[in-house]
Design a protein around this ligand. Structure first.
Ligand code: PLP
Length: 490
């Protein structure tokens, strides 16, 4: 290693020299390019048990420096065999997250710059790029120009931030006085569909609302929130002295990608003066497709919306966009400026729009991605995925072994296999999915709808092709037939 500090004491451990960095980053770039080209050769999920990888890792950090070659060799030999490959074409579990090349390059640059955009002055371009890129996102998904927003880490945090704003709007004194011991203050209540994501529950816990004040509004046969039930619950709560503060509708629920009727929800929220939040963490980017806009009707009337480019917009983790119509309502909930963070500039400080002070320069990757693909390149990929989902729907539809559930409006398909009579459908499908995943060629995940065990196939990966979706279908058929021939215990 070369000497990197002329004042260094004897025995100083040198960091990387510029030349060593150049060489190592070229190797890493080469390794990443190889990984991306060959990812389909790995098993999509690792064949390991809990603790297997930990057992291979030294219990103590090394005292002496190690070479980059040794570190990269261990990455290959120890870490990689224990990874689930989210970039694998067969990754169709949960909602995917695939890191596109411009996103990876932007992350590299982001790490190198390592700016903290907490204040405008701590990196003016980071703040101004973030605000501009969020405007691009709004335009891309067809939201009107009165929306603005910020980029946070996750939808969980975005929803939590929106909830603090709703709480503040209901009672600005909560900032100072809190919720506990306030006999004069009725219980604050929050309304979500019975199919809403658990991040809503967590936000309710973290905001001190309490899960017993989270109303899970019944859904209709399409798994969409029922507005009549919402109105009824709000009315009943008001009569009981509660204070309804937020309704959170979902466009693209996690289980079945159902769409809550946002037009009607907006109507109710406006009438009742309740904050209207929309969780579109998964489906949001698809609003860029004119042919899907109808699914988003009414979301433009929301007070806040979250959508996650790190789900279906080829952006590496983490990147969640929170947009709102009244920035002051968000700012008022959490903003706080201690002396050591005060500055003389008349500028927007991003730290005021969320819980975290320090924040990564996430805007850079969205900027790279928008510019690399162009809006049209992104729309092409959404349409391609939706087309693949429709291929799968048509194969399932034509096959008496399977039932489809939900509407597959986006690119996630929900299905159940129909077992031979006498077999428990729940257990059958649980075993079927496990058997399919055991091949490690595709990775599917499940949910429960109407008490039925449902297998989800979610298509959002940059690498997925029709042959991969066909492979998932063929494996489902093959394992189903094998179980029929041998019985469930096989
Ligand atoms: N909302 C919906 C509809 C989701 O499907 C998910 C995760 O899948 C989330 C919120 C939470 O996302 P995050 O991991 O960004 O907090």
């Amino acid at each position: 290693m070369t000497r990197d500090n002329e004042d260094a004491p004897e025995g100083w451990v040198a960091g990387m020299s510029p030349d060593e960095f150049r060489e190592a980053s070229a190797r890493v770039a080469d390794w990443i390019a190889g990984y991306r080209s060959n990812v389909a050769d790995y098993p999509v999920t690792p064949d390991v048990n809990p603790g297997d990888i930990a057992a291979l890792l030294p219990a103590h950090a090394p005292e002496a420096p190690e070479s980059m070659s040794a570190i990269l060799a261990d990455l290959e030999d120890t870490i990689l065999p224990g990874l689930t490959h989210w970039y694998h074409p067969g990754f169709m579990a949960y909602f995917g997250s695939s890191a596109s090349a411009p996103g990876i390059l932007a992350e590299f640059v982001t790490a190198a710059l390592n700016v903290n955009a907490m204040l405008w002055r701590t990196s003016p371009a980071a703040t101004e790029l973030e605000l501009r890129v969020v405007e691009w996102v709004c335009e891309f998904v067809g939201l009107p120009g009165d929306f603005s927003g910020v980029i946070l880490d996750t939808a969980s945090n975005s929803t939590f931030t929106a909830l603090t704003a709703a709480r503040h709007r209901a009672d600005p004194e909560i900032r100072e006085r809190g919720l506990a011991g306030r006999a004069e203050l009725g219980a604050l209540t929050v309304y979500v569909s019975e199919h809403a994501h658990s991040s809503q529950d967590r936000a309710v816990i973290a905001a001190g609302i309490g899960l017993q004040h989270l109303r899970r509004v019944p859904a209709d046969e399409d798994y969409a929130m029922r507005p009549d039930e919402l109105a009824r619950l709000i009315r009943a709560d008001r009569e009981a002295g509660c204070i309804p503060i937020m309704v959170s509708g979902t466009i693209g629920t996690t289980s079945s990608t159902a769409v809550d009727p946002c037009e009607e929800l907006a109507e109710i929220c406006e009438r009742e003066d309740v904050w209207f939040h929309v969780d579109s963490a998964y489906a949001g980017p698809a609003a860029s497709l004119p042919e899907l806009r109808r699914e988003f009707r009414g979301w433009e009337r929301a007070d806040s919306i979250v959508l996650n480019p790190h789900k279906w917009m080829f952006t590496p983790m983490d990147c969640s966009v929170l947009v709102y119509r009244d920035p002051e309502a968000i700012r008022a909930a959490l903003a706080l400026t201690p002396e050591y963070l005060s500055s003389d500039f008349e500028a927007l400080d991003l730290m005021d729009y969320g819980l975290a002070l320090g924040r990564r320069f996430r805007a850079l990757k969205l900027w790279f991605i928008f510019r690399h693909f162009g809006a049209e390149g992104l729309r092409q990929r959404f349409r391609y995925h939706i087309g693949l989902a429709q291929d799968l729907v048509s194969w399932l539809d034509a096959d008496p072994r399977f039932d489809l559930l939900g509407s597959a409006k986006f690119a996630t398909v929900c299905l159940t296999a129909i077992p031979p009579s006498g077999e428990d459908p729940y257990e059958w499908n649980r075993r079927l999915m496990a058997a399919v995943n055991e091949h490690r060629k595709v990775f599917l995940s499940h949910t429960v709808l109407d008490g039925r065990y449902v297998i989800r196939v979610s298509i959002s990966n940059e690498t997925v092709r029709q042959e991969t979706v066909r492979q998932a279908f063929d494996l489902l058929c093959e394992e189903h037939d094998r179980m029929c021939a041998k019985g469930i215990e096989s």
